[in-house]
Design a protein around this ligand. Structure first.
Ligand code: 13P
Ligand code: SF4
Length: 303
């Protein structure tokens, strides 16, 4: 709409004047993806946050993404346009419960998915994302590790490495709900399409996949593939990002039920408001930040 395009331009102008960078996750709604300087997966968002020379980072996604930016950039102002946006999976582990479990397992290393709070990262040895989980597991010298909070990501890693991986019973309520029946129905409707899936889905669903990828990994995979049709086993927001990157190819959501409500909470107007009023600041307490930064940086430095 005209109202949206005016607001889009106003946001771009104000971001430039204030030296702000706008980062958006691939699941954000289309107007948010389009106004952002960078749209990416969790790993790309954190690498970009760590490397930016902007003064202000506007993080359009969910809280753990803004916290990761604040962990990596203590001298920058990190703003969340809608501070209500959280991740239910991140809430499935607390630092107290994690420390207890690590103790019960004799102190083995803890790998924590970035979909977690700063306080949980602070009691973890290393972080991982869906894009680098196998590399991270293989980089540890220990043969036994505990992975939190996503049991599906951990099972995927276990199937692709030689390590013994202890599970935490967390999951993404939306990816975990995708059934093999829904996948089969989608494959029947699009017989020529390859099925690409996110590792947060259940193991029986992953077995049906042509490729298992992070959100940006799906864009790379589809770009490099000779196929021209794909069924995406992830949140529907990715359809916009991938169609924009690869306009000549066709993408189908595996299910129109795979929607993360928290990822849709941020509106264009929220970005304007937070940039104008400098509201929604995310700060991580210094003692926690230092420890969490170790876990995140150890991950980023793995080559
Ligand atoms: P990606 O890092 O693959 O973008 O995934 C983030 C996420 O929240 C998936 O549900
Ligand atoms: Fe969290 Fe799932 Fe939403 Fe990703 S899609 S932010 S894991 S609830």
């Amino acid at each position: 709409t005209t109202k949206n395009s005016t607001l889009h331009q106003k946001i771009r102008d104000l971001a430039k004047a204030k030296k702000a960078i706008i980062l958006a996750h691939n699941y954000q709604s289309a107007p948010i993806q389009d106004v952002a300087d960078l749209c990416g997966d969790s790993l790309e968002m954190s690498i970009k946050a760590a490397a930016t020379d902007a003064d202000i980072i506007i993080c359009c996604g969910v809280r753990f993404m803004a916290e990761t930016a604040a962990i990596l950039c203590p001298d920058k102002i990190v703003l969340m346009p809608n501070p209500e946006a959280g991740c239910p999976m991140a809430d499935m582990v607390t630092p107290e419960a994690l420390v207890r479990r690590k103790g019960d397992l004799g102190g083995i290393p803890v790998i924590t998915y970035v979909n977690s709070s700063a306080a949980v990262k602070a009691v973890s040895d290393i972080c991982c994302t869906s894009a680098n989980v196998i590399k991270v597991v293989n980089a540890l010298k220990e043969k036994e590790v505990l992975m939190t909070p996503d049991r599906n990501l951990a099972r995927y890693a276990a199937a692709n490495t030689d390590k013994k991986i202890h599970l935490w019973d967390g999951y993404c309520p939306f990816h975990n709900d995708l059934s093999i029946e829904a996948v089969k129905a989608s494959k029947a409707a699009h017989p020529k399409a390859l099925f690409v899936v996110h590792p947060e889905c259940r193991p029986d669903v992953l077995e049906l996949a042509d490729s298992i990828q992070s959100t940006s990994g799906m864009i790379r995979f589809a770009g490099e593939s000779s196929a021209d049709q794909f069924i995406l086993g992830t949140e529907i927001g990715l359809i916009h990002a991938i169609s924009k990157a690869l306009p000549e190819k066709k993408f189908f959501p595996v299910s129109d039920q795979l929607v993360c409500p928290d990822m849709k909470k941020t509106q264009l107007q929220d970005i304007w408001n937070c940039l104008e009023k400098m509201s929604g600041r995310v700060v991580v307490e210094e003692a926690i930040r230092i420890k969490a930064m170790n876990a995140v940086k150890t991950m980023i430095n793995i080559k």
